[in-house]
Design a binder for this molecule. Structure first.
Ligand SMILES: NC(=O)c1ccc[n+]([C@@H]2O[C@H](COP(=O)([O-])OP(=O)(O)OC[C@H]3O[C@@H](n4cnc5c(N)ncnc54)[C@H](OP(=O)(O)O)[C@@H]3O)[C@@H](O)[C@H]2O)c1
Length: 235
């Protein structure tokens, strides 16, 4: 069976995506940054499902780590077919309060890494599917997460640009989640208020993100799409 690479794939949404791909029959190349114990547990769990699974540590703030990742995976899995750019940094700062270090980290992990992983997928794999995990915030101008939001806006544009350049061999699509998993440490009060602001008045879940991914993987006439899975938040 073909292999899928998921960045930031051992916790939260990335973990659900990796598990879903394993149950669809893919072998898994799972990237992580700091969650080594979770990565090892997930590797064992996916292998017990009868799939091959390897884990790859990389700090996607570093150019060298970005540039090595796809080559490392391709050396182990000649049949790499899917790339899911999921890893992300999400830290608040208005423009006024943004230090260059925070800006650079957000742009590196949330835009530069996906850009060069897409490039290397095109160079070294040549056919298949790429899915970029974006954010419904890309449709607004939330200056309280200025660097994050700008990186995700650019990732949405990169999705369209890459879809055009890489067709017909590689389809490139995006998923824009809304409120799926609360930031760690968020209070119940904050979460309840957030839900009430959404048209669908509810929190989403990782299953809905996986359903979007399956649709994008299976429908081979769809490329350059950004699928909002956000309870109408972008409206
Ligand atoms: N949570 C939501 O409701 C929501 C809403 C909208 C959009 N999204 C998007 O959906 C995706 C997943 O969301 P999430 O909340 O599950 O993500 P998350 O927990 O904030 O981060 C995902 C992973 O990114 C990895 N990462 C962080 N810094 C890194 C670095 N310097 N180098 C390499 N990897 C790094 C981490 O890996 P380690 O754990 O190994 O360090 C982490 O597990 C993200 O792209 C996010 O922007 C999520």
């Amino acid at each position: 069976m073909a292999c899928a690479l998921v960045t930031g794939g051992v916790r939260r949404i990335g973990r659900a995506i990796a598990q879903e791909l394993a149950s669809l029959g893919y072998d898994l190349a799972i990237h992580y940054h700091s969650s080594s114990a979770s990565a090892e547990r997930l590797r064992v769990q996916i292998q017990s499902q009868g799939r091959t699974c390897k884990i790859y540590q990389a700090n996607l703030e570093r150019d060298r780590d970005i540039l090595n990742l796809l080559a490392r995976v391709k050396a182990d899995f000649q049949d790499l077919e899917v790339l899911v750019n999921n890893a992300s940094i999400f830290e608040p700062a208005t423009i006024k309060n943004t230090e260059m270090e925070l800006f650079d980290r957000h742009l590196a992990v949330n835009l530069k890494a996906p850009f060069f992983l897409i490039r290397d997928f095109a160079r070294f794999v040549g056919t298949g599917n790429i899915i970029n995990i974006i954010d419904t915030r890309m449709s607004k101008n939330d200056y309280t997460y200025a660097a994050y939001t700008l990186a995700k806006k650019s990732l949405a544009d990169l999705t369209s640009m890459a879809a055009l350049e890489l067709a017909p061999d590689i389809r490139v699509n995006g998923i824009a989640p809304g409120f799926i998993l609360a930031p760690e440490g968020a209070s119940q009060d904050y979460l309840d208020k957030l839900k009430q602001k959404l048209p669908m008045c509810q929190q989403g879940n990782v299953k809905q993100i996986c359903q979007a991914m399956i649709y994008l993987l299976e429908n081979d006439f769809v490329t350059g799409q950004l699928l909002f899975v956000d309870g109408g938040q972008h409206l």
